[in-house]
Design a protein around this ligand. Structure first.
Ligand SMILES: Nc1ncnc2c1ncn2[C@@H]1O[C@H](COP(=O)(O)OP(=O)(O)O)[C@@H](O)[C@H]1O
Ligand SMILES: [Mg+2]
Length: 578
């Protein structure tokens, strides 16, 4: 993305809406500028009228004016800043919500390739940099430019020759900040990358903590943690140091300016071109100008940091999905529920070999079909293609004479239940986990589903029954218990197509036997595709497909396959649990 494009986008999508507030903030900034300049200017009458002319009438008025000037400065500074802080937080939330929304609808394929840690780092680290650009930097730009202009005004009023002399030095500060700004952009990108690596590492540390213990990799992990934190420290240190590198430059410049000023003032005073009251007012203005000049000179760096962060964030927000409705997509109408794969080719990565090779499959409506085959042969892939988690490169999947690629996604997915081997539960109550399948489900429906899937027996033993929290912050359930909850969840959906991907693999044979009934109810008269590893399931199937290396090598019923397929026979003897 070009810098100009980034700026245009940031303005149009994130800043424009807050123009009112920004204008309010600018108005208060103007007050800051006026009151700051007034403070410097007031020293002139104070010295002249009170100290030199010893005027009694102004002895209360001038100190009072000074109090008013400071108070005005304080309050308007507060209001200008707090307005921009709220703008900043709004912008931050908007960026984050857009990122999360984009994540929620992103193609599975893209999410597969992305690490959660990296995303988290983008969402926090980068977004902060952009917010800082859009709120702090805008505030600095207005407040400090206006203040600087006001103070320069005072300086010119007091003595134009002195003012001209000090103005010449301002561009010097500008040049050094431009050079440092480029460096900041580079280091910030590096630091962001490191912060991404660190979050990625931390996420894995949590996930793999048992693995670390059993392989006794504590020392190794300590070293890796040390490495990641050290790298991040180095980059952050670099950034901070580039920022403070401005300090010596600025202090030296200020020193030089004041020295020249005093020298030149002395010359002007000896020629009677400058009075002491003008000198002090001028000096005050110049000292007060130090802060805005300094802020403005680091602006370039904040700008660079913000832009480099935006160049990483905006592509995430703009992520185009390939799997989405076409304008011609129609709602899927299920009659029999027959699913056909026609000459379907699929690979997860077009540069690599095909995962499914021109396969033809026919799943009869309302019947159960089994897929068997070695692990890695492509069975789960077949199931993943039906709800369009991935799209095939060629060929077609047809449900009741409608291509799924021409039906709209929500109507397709609405009709499919999926229970997988990796059970996924949310960090929420059991009740809400089951209800996830159906928003308006009554508690009774949940109890019913839980009972059928034999969840009730363990749920009733939990401290808060259905209101028990499970997952990350709650009770840990066993693999089999989790699997039963996901079966209950699938039962709630009552969809005409049911996909079971080794859905009972975590259950012991006794529990499995118990929930066979539940599965029978779940799959009754539904088009069911089951990746099976038990004889009982296979015997219940209307048809069995033997998948090997992405191809359909045989099909038929159990007895027939035992006779004609060596692969199946072999598989049956070694793998299928009776
Ligand atoms: N998300 C993915 N990205 C890339 N390759 C994948 C992905 N999922 C599975 N594969 C690969 O596709 C092949 C088939 O996998 P899969 O359908 O899961 O097999 P099965 O379910 O029969 O064990 C395997 O070689 C596997 O490594
Ligand atoms: Mg699988």
């Amino acid at each position: 993305m070009l810098r100009s494009e980034i700026i245009k986008r940031l303005y149009k999508d994130y800043t424009k809406k807050f123009l009112n507030k920004i204008i309010i903030s600018v108005l208060f900034s103007l007050l800051v500028a006026i009151s700051t300049s007034a403070i410097a200017w007031l020293l002139d009458p104070a010295i002249k009228k009170l100290f030199i002319e010893k005027d009694k009438t102004l002895i209360f008025i001038i100190p009072l004016l000074i109090i008013i000037a400071f108070t005005t400065k304080g309050f308007s500074l507060y209001l200008a800043k707090s307005t921009m802080i709220s703008v900043g937080e709004e912008i931050k939330k908007k960026l984050q919500i857009n990122m999360v929304k984009s994540l929620i609808k992103t193609d599975t394929q893209i999410i597969d390739k992305k690490h959660s840690g990296k995303f988290i780092s983008n969402l926090t680290y980068d977004v902060n940099q952009i917010t800082s650009l859009l709120s702090n930097a805008i505030l600095t730009l207005f407040k400090d430019t206006l203040t600087l202009l006001g103070l320069l005004g005072v300086m010119f009023v007091q003595n134009w020759k002195l003012a001209l002399a000090s103005i010449i030095m301002i561009p010097l500060a500008g040049i050094s900040s431009k050079i440092l700004g480029k460096r900041v952009r580079k280091v910030t990108t590096e630091a962001q990358e490191r912060s991404g690596y660190l979050t990625t590492y931390l996420v894995e540390l949590f996930k793999n903590h048992k693995l670390i213990k059993i392989f006794q990799k504590e020392n190794y992990e300590n070293e890796r943690a040390e490495y990641h934190l050290n790298e991040l420290k180095n980059k952050n240190k670099k950034i901070a140091i580039v920022f403070v590198r401005m300090s010596p430059v600025m202090e030296t410049l200020t020193g030089v300016m004041i020295a020249i000023l005093i020298f030149y003032s002395a010359v002007l005073m000896s020629k009677n071109e400058l009075d002491i009251n003008n000198f002090f007012s001028f000096l005050a203005a110049m000292m007060l100008a130090y802060q805005p000049v300094r802020a403005l000179s680091t602006l370039n760096m904040v700008y660079n940091q913000g832009l480099s962060a935006a160049s990483r964030i905006l592509p995430i927000i703009d992520q185009k999905n390939t799997i989405q409705d076409l304008s011609t997509s129609k709602p899927l109408k299920i009659s029999k529920g027959e699913i056909k794969f026609e000459k379907l080719n699929f690979s997860y990565d077009v540069n690599e070999g095909k995962t499914l090779k021109s396969i033809n499959l026919d799943f009869l409506g309302g019947k159960m079909t089994s897929l068997v085959g070695h692990s890695g042969s492509g069975k789960s892939t077949i199931l993943n293609l039906i709800p369009r988690f991935y799209d095939a490169q060629s060929g077609n999947i047809i449900i009741d004479d409608q291509s799924i690629y021409e039906t709209n996604l929500s109507s397709l997915r609405e009709n499919i239940s999926l229970v997988t081997q990796e059970t996924t539960l949310f960090d929420d109550t059991i009740m809400n986990n089951i209800k996830y399948a159906k928003d308006n489900a009554s508690d009774e429906e949940v109890y019913e589903a839980a009972k059928l899937s034999h969840c009730e027996e363990f749920i009733n033993k939990l401290p808060n029954k259905y209101q028990t929290l499970i997952g990350e912050n709650g009770v840990r359930l066993s693999g089999g218990e989790k699997q039963r909850i996901s079966i209950a969840r699938a039962m709630m959906k009552k969809s005409p197509i049911v996909l079971l991907d080794e859905a009972t693999s975590s259950l012991d044979s006794e529990t499995e036997f118990k929930i066979q009934n539940a599965l029978k109810i779940l799959t009754k008269n539904k088009t069911t595709i089951v990746i099976a590893h038990r004889l009982s399931t296979i015997l219940n199937s209307n048809n069995i497909y033997v998948i090997d290396n992405g191809e359909v090598v045989d099909s038929g019923k159990h007895d027939l396959l035992l006779l004609k397929s060596d692969l199946y026979k072999n598989f049956y003897e070694k793998q299928i649990q009776k």
